[in-house]
Design a protein around this ligand. Structure first.
Ligand code: GTP
Length: 598
């Protein structure tokens, strides 16, 4: 097809507003996927994604569509991940498009995360087509939501489509809008090849499969390509389109979307955002906007059973093949033994990796509380970064500590503004702005230390607003604060994995509550266990876990075999997800206690 009849678009939607359902409908209506083959929600095909109902990895689908003008068009849908942790990937998939459908649930309204992605799309000059979805619902108020979109985003909604992905209403209208409103790609087929990588995954048989949009020039099977950021060269042994299953083709031109395989060993070598060019006739410059995804949150991963350490390393190595943003190095903790310090894009990324390690690799892990990266200025004015509280230099060696701040935007029904402001205030938030939107909906803007956001901020926001508020954040900069390290001792031994960095003014309270929590979470042993919190050499809180009562033990020692067995069985059960620190068994929950102090 000529470039003038190609349309590249993506769908921007908040979770549950119906992106996958609409994508399915488009594939079905254009006959791309037959009804029989239509597995529910073709686009997200990772199990974990389906279970959590979120889109993590982006994918693409090419559709053939004969429009009402009688012409045949090629529509490429490029899917975007729906979560803030993956906003860089979102930005790359948007850059690969000329337009986007903005899907908003007509019974709800615009949410914070949607806004962030719409701004991204506007920044890259995409044509945005508003789609009011779920108009079949009795509670749908498309006019109110249209007013909201116009007011918040300043988007002209005269062409907005009222649709129901579920009932198949408005689907033809959406397809016609894509054809008539989204501009075609520029015809730059005669320029040197430049193709933008917007996704990649590792296949154990074929190596890395790269998804890309040809921006300039053309690419053929057998071409020797160069990746402009990594500088690596490969020969293309497989080239194709996504329909949405992979179909091989010989050549792809400017404006088209496709995939390639070239015996690339790890996704790290073909990163999202990198530019593909031809080795013998390279483009003068790479496409703009490449950035390496930087881990923001770190935690320790330790096998409960030390013998599983090599398995953990192998599992991480394997996951890394498919996840360039995953970052890890060996860590040797005095309390926990051998493990890894791992860096993640955000909390969701962290949870996904943890879950995969346990589920797909059968590992039993202890995960320590997440930490952000602190910037330390030493006495001789050197700046160092630490991602592990236990590595914080003692006060006599440091001049100051700075921590990352983020700008948080919350959209909430008006009635929850008070409680959400209180939450932000409790988390050392700096109030920036409050705006009333339509009918009792409000946006709140705060600046907050990232460390306060990566704890249970999101959960708190959801529970305080009964699920109605949504949020989005992005990094601002490092700011100095009077921060101190809080050490925890169990049975007289410092436990480095429980050390935490906190604001001086909060330290006493955090210490006291944390010690109380640990007392609750750590089971009783045969002996009394003191638990202490200290700042430097100063103990600021302490509690004792009393020993198990004598009479229980006496009976046990009395030789009652069945009772002993029962007790042992109980112990064995309780042992799951425990780490022995000295002579004390500490459960997983204790390592996360610091996240749930209020
Ligand atoms: P993520 O993949 O998590 O981003 O969610 P999504 O936006 O893809 O939402 P999905 O398509 O999974 O739809 C969420 C829920 O809304 C599902 O239960 C759908 O059946 C339902 N749904 C989607 N479209 C409509 C619609 O037009 N009307 C009604 N009544 N329900 C819909």
């Amino acid at each position: 097809v000529p470039v003038s009849r190609i349309r590249n678009f993506s769908i921007i939607a908040h979770i549950d507003h119906g992106k996958s359902t609409l994508a399915d409908r488009l594939l079905q209506t254009t006959g791309t996927v037959s009804d029989r083959d239509m597995k529910q929600q073709f686009l997200d095909n990772m199990d974990l994604e389906r279970e959590r109902g979120i889109t993590i990895k982006l994918q693409a689908a090419r559709m053939n569509y004969t429009a009402s003008d009688g012409e045949k068009y090629v529509l490429n849908l490029i899917d975007t991940p729906g979560h803030v942790d993956f906003s860089y990937e979102v930005s790359r998939s948007l850059v690969a498009c000329e337009g986007a459908l903005l899907v908003v649930d007509a019974s709800q309204g615009v949410e914070a995360q949607t806004l962030a992605n719409v701004y991204l799309a506007l920044e890259h000059n995409l044509e945005i087509i508003p789609v009011l979805n779920k108009i079949d619902l009795p509670g749908a108020e498309p006019e109110r939501v249209i007013a909201e979109v116009e007011e918040i985003i300043g988007l002209d909604c005269s062409q907005a489509v009222r649709a129901s992905a579920k009932e198949g209403i408005g689907i033809d209208e959406i397809l016609e809008s894509i054809v008539h409103l989204v501009p075609p790609p520029q015809d730059t087929v005669n320029e040197p090849l430049r193709a933008l990588i917007f996704d990649s995954y590792y296949d154990s048989y074929r190596g890395v499969i790269v998804y890309f949009r040809v921006v300039d020039g053309k690419v053929k099977k057998g071409d020797r390509i160069r990746l402009m950021v990594t500088g690596k060269e490969y020969e293309i042994d497989e080239l194709g389109i996504l329909s949405p299953t992979q179909i091989q083709v010989d050549e792809l031109h400017a404006g088209e979307v496709g995939y390639l395989g070239a015996a690339i060993k790890a996704v790290e070598d073909a990163r999202v955002g990198d530019t593909i060019t031809l080795a013998y006739k390279p483009a003068a410059s790479a496409l703009p906007g490449y950035a390496e995804a930087k881990p923001m949150v770190f935690c320790g991963l330790f096998p409960t059973d030390a013998a599983q350490y090599p398995d953990l390393r192998e599992a991480l190595d394997k996951l890394k093949l498919n996840d360039a943003a995953l970052n890890y190095e060996p860590e040797n903790s005095s309390a926990m033994g051998f493990g890894f310090r791992c860096g993640f894009l955000g909390l969701l990324h962290m949870e996904i990796v943890q879950e995969r390690l346990e589920r797909e690799y059968n590992l039993d892990l202890i995960v320590t509380a997440p930490s952000v990266v602190y910037q330390i200025t030493t006495l001789d004015q050197e700046k160092i970064f630490i991602d592990n509280p236990s590595k914080l230099p003692e006060p006599q060696y440091r001049e100051s500590i700075a921590e990352p701040y983020v700008k948080v935007e919350i959209i909430t029904p008006e009635s929850f503004v008070g409680t959400l402001m209180e939450l932000c205030q409790n988390r050392r938030g700096i109030f920036k702005d409050m705006k009333y939107l339509t009918q009792g909906r409000t946006t709140l803007t705060y600046e907050l230390p990232l460390a306060e956001v990566v704890t249970d901020f999101f959960d708190q926001m959801k529970s305080r607003s009964r699920g109605y508020a949504s949020m989005e954040y992005h990094l601002l900069e490092y700011r100095e604060n009077p921060l101190v390290k809080l050490d925890i001792m169990i049975n007289g031994d410092p436990v480095d994995a429980l050390a935490t960095i906190t604001h001086r003014d909060k330290a006493y309270n955090v210490g006291r509550v944390l010690v109380e929590k640990l007392k609750e979470l750590i089971p009783r042993h045969q002996f009394k266990i003191p638990i202490q919190a200290s700042i430097g050499s100063r103990i600021i809180a302490s509690e004792n876990i009393p020993a198990l009562r004598k009479d229980v033990l006496a009976k046990c020692y009395g030789g009652d075999i069945s009772r002993k067995k029962k007790l042992l069985k109980k112990q064995a059960k309780g042992k799951k997800r425990m780490k022995s620190i000295g002579t004390v068994d500490v459960p997983q929950s204790a390592f996360m206690a610091v996240l749930r102090l209020d």
